[in-house]
Ligand binder design. Structure first.
Ligand SMILES: *[C@@H]1O[C@H](CO)[C@@H](O)[C@H](O)[C@H]1NC(C)=O
Ligand SMILES: *[C@@H]1O[C@H](CO)[C@@H](O)[C@H](O)[C@H]1NC(C)=O
Ligand SMILES: *[C@@H]1O[C@H](CO)[C@@H](O)[C@H](O)[C@H]1NC(C)=O
Ligand SMILES: *[C@@H]1O[C@H](CO)[C@@H](O)[C@H](O)[C@H]1NC(C)=O
Ligand SMILES: *[C@@H]1O[C@H](CO)[C@@H](O)[C@H](O)[C@H]1NC(C)=O
Ligand SMILES: *[C@@H]1O[C@H](CO)[C@@H](O)[C@H](O)[C@H]1NC(C)=O
Ligand SMILES: *[C@@H]1O[C@H](CO)[C@@H](O)[C@H](O)[C@H]1NC(C)=O
Ligand SMILES: *[C@@H]1O[C@H](CO)[C@@H](O)[C@H](O)[C@H]1NC(C)=O
Ligand SMILES: CC(=O)N[C@H]1CO[C@H](CO)[C@@H](O)[C@@H]1O
Length: 409
């Protein structure tokens, strides 16, 4: 299990983040490294508005010490080597036993899309959080229209809100890739956006029902929201997720994570990103972590690589630390993980121990939800970690939307 109890108690202060009225401003010029075609705001069946939200936040962060903030590749790789065999040794060498409060204003780009053909209920929203290697275009993936979850949701009458996580897309890329851009900061942002959806600060609509939908590290954040602020969401849909950590090491090793400005000099410059913003080293490393051959098109793979977004080493080292048992969450929970997912199933979601309590690896996630009203799992066949980029995506979307229908009934 990858849940770290040590971090959880220290994160309780996140629930008490001071409320403030967020200022919104119009988009500036498109960032050079945004992972998406910035002239596309969304699919043509939805009325989409993209804007920058300024979030004033305090988060209780892990303190990395003895790390070289202007790390070179040799150093970054050696940190991964230390991290992989023994996390506790890494912790002793590179992390303080104390957390620190980090106070910042972050600019984040978010997009609200309402179905043009009317909503099932205007006060219901799906709140979409993407994972590592992507930005919010994971949810409006434009290799072809059938890959857009935003479109499928709008066709089904659902409003969606998605944002570029800190350090990706059109959102701010803070220079401190260890002590600022890490999972407690990302969780504080994710909680704040959920609160803003409730309070009418996004699109002027107060949403009474919010379904949190994540992918991978985005699902870790949705899970962490349900654990830390149990009333922030009404239902959770965790795509590309489990609470089995066996595949995390192979994921980090297989990605050969490398300095983004060196891998993609045409898209990322050193003015924008410091060295510990990382991407998979080569296309085949991206394939290794995210894809299951031959069940995806060359166009989907090429677009994923061409628009790949960085993750900081601080995020990669802390990404599962925010998970925890959601003791008070009572809504329904649905887990959708590809049968051949690498980081969360180590390539076989049915590889449970003999005499296992549950029939598959994702099903163990119900142990994080003692009070859920309904826990369910769907394991699409012939699907790797990047669910929305495989041929199965359109069918998977219908299954996900059936869960959303039942959750919002
Ligand atoms: C970018 O999106 C716009 C609007 O959807 C579209 O007209 C244009 O063809 C797209 N450009 C590329 C390179 O895909
Ligand atoms: C689209 O959204 C904008 C801003 O919320 C609104 O003014 C406009 O009327 C909407 N258009 C349609 C066709 O729903
Ligand atoms: C990389 O950085 C380390 C210190 O962090 C230094 O010892 C090493 O010489 C550097 N390597 C290169 C190739 O610059
Ligand atoms: C964030 O911005 C607000 C005004 O937008 C300002 O009052 C506050 O001091 C800022 N906080 C930080 C930490 O810069
Ligand atoms: C809009 O909704 C109506 C009524 O449900 C349906 O007949 C029509 O096909 C829909 N149009 C589109 C573009 O989805
Ligand atoms: C994908 O990229 C490869 C390598 O650059 C190229 O050979 C191939 O034609 C591309 N395929 C498509 C469908 O874009
Ligand atoms: C966790 O995943 C590993 C690798 O797939 C598997 O061998 C093990 O049985 C799993 N454990 C549980 C409890 O599912
Ligand atoms: C429980 O979830 C499953 C799968 O999402 C759904 O088919 C079923 O209707 C749900 N049951 C109840 C009682 O909501
Ligand atoms: C195996 C290994 O890397 N052990 C290291 C654990 O951390 C201590 C310092 O805290 C080192 O001295 C060990 O070499």
């Amino acid at each position: 299990m990858i849940t770290s109890v040590r971090y959880l108690s220290l994160l309780t202060s996140l629930t008490a983040i001071a409320a403030s009225v967020p200022a919104a401003r119009a988009d500036g010029p498109a960032g050079s490294g945004a992972g998406y075609n910035t002239s596309r705001v969304g699919p043509d069946n939805a009325n989409c508005t993209r804007q920058i939200y300024q979030l004033d936040l305090t988060s209780s962060n892990v303190v990395f010490q003895n790390v070289d903030h202007n790390a070179n590749q040799t150093y970054i790789t050696s940190l991964f080597q230390t991290f992989l065999p023994s996390m506790s040794n890494f912790t002793g060498m590179y992390e303080s036993s104390q957390q620190q409060n980090v106070v910042n204003n972050y600019s984040l780009s978010g997009t609200l899309c309402t179905p043009k053909n009317g909503t099932k209920n205007p006060s219901h929203v799906q709140y979409l959080i993407h994972g590592v290697g992507f930005d919010s275009s994971y949810w409006d993936f434009a290799a072809s229209e059938e890959y857009s979850y935003v479109r499928a949701a709008a066709d089904a009458g659902y409003t969606t809100f998605r944002y570029d996580r800190l350090g990706t897309g059109l959102s701010e890329k803070p220079s401190d890739a260890y002590n600022v851009v890490q999972s407690p900061t990302d969780l504080a942002i994710a909680i704040r956006f959920a609160q803003m959806l409730r309070s009418g600060d996004i699109g002027g609509q107060k949403f009474d029902k919010i379904v949190g939908v994540g992918h991978s590290y985005g699902s870790v954040q949705v899970q962490a929201i349900t654990a830390h602020v149990p009333t922030a969401l009404d239902a959770a849909l965790l795509q590309g997720f489990s609470n089995n950590g066996t595949g995390q090491g192979p994921f980090l090793a297989g990605g050969s994570y490398s300095i983004a400005t060196e891998v993609f000099p045409d898209r990322f410059s050193a003015d924008e990103l410091t060295n510990a913003y990382l991407v998979t080293a080569v296309p085949q490393a991206n394939q290794f972590d995210f894809f299951y051959f031959p069940y995806f098109s060359a166009a989907a793979f090429n677009l994923t690589r061409a628009t790949e977004q960085p993750a900081t080493q601080g995020v990669l080292f802390t990404q599962t630390a925010i998970m925890g048992t959601a003791h008070e969450f009572t809504g329904p929970v649905h887990v959708v993980t590809g049968a051949q997912d690498l980081p969360f199933c180590y390539r076989d979601c049915y590889a449970v121990p003999p005499d296992a309590k549950y029939p598959n690896i994702p099903a163990y996630a119900q142990e994080l939800y003692p009070k859920t009203s309904n826990f369910s799992v769907y394991i699409p066949a012939n699907t790797g970690h990047a669910v929305n980029q495989h041929y199965s995506a359109p069918d998977v979307y219908q299954e996900m939307l059936a869960f959303v229908d039942s959750a919002l009934m």
